[in-house]
Design a protein around this ligand. Sequence first.
Ligand code: CDP
Length: 201
Amino acid sequence: MSFTIAIDGPAAAGKGTISRAVAERFGFAHLDTGLLYRAVGRRMLLGEEPVAAARTLIAADLAGDDLRGPAVAQAASKVAVIPEVRAALVDFQRAFAARAGGAVLDGRDIGTVICPDAEVKLFVTASAEVRAARRLAELLASGNDTDLATVLADVKARDARDAERATAPMKAAGDALIIDTSEMSIAQAVARAVAAVEARL
Ligand code: CDP
């Protein structure tokens, strides 16, 4: 039987951490849908036309350390405004969501567009300042040379592009539980998400 958990929200709010923890807790598969857009963005940076890239993505496109870096993140949010890019990625995401045994998908439009019938919908958010500080720590730990002001500007630019685009903008589904992690520990945020899933199982 399928059981879909949709987790949306802006950059560095804690979606990834919560998604991985929830997937592990319930034995569900996890798809970080941001990686699909990042893979298309990276191929655009290498000179490809983004729609053609989205239509021909292969598993190898999802590998490589630079996929998580800030240059690819900005490119991802640029290709993500193109309706044909989004359309090319829909079937893969829906098939993943429908797999037997349960699935967790995190992204921007999972509860609104990709899986509007998901059993559980969460919208994980935090203030831009808190998110930038978290992303800075991640980037420094993985060897990127950057600073808080740069990361905050990057996060705000991406939030604006993601929330204001015409096709599948980032927003909470009407029936999503909002989890603001600004003043929560990871354990508290995960506990909140796990409780929401248990209430539906
Ligand atoms: O990890 P982080 O939250 O920084 O970003 P991500 O989830 O990897 O997503 C990178 C970019 O892909 C976002 O800024 C969005 O523009 C886009 N994206 C999207 O449009 N729809 C999704 N379901 C997932 C990501």
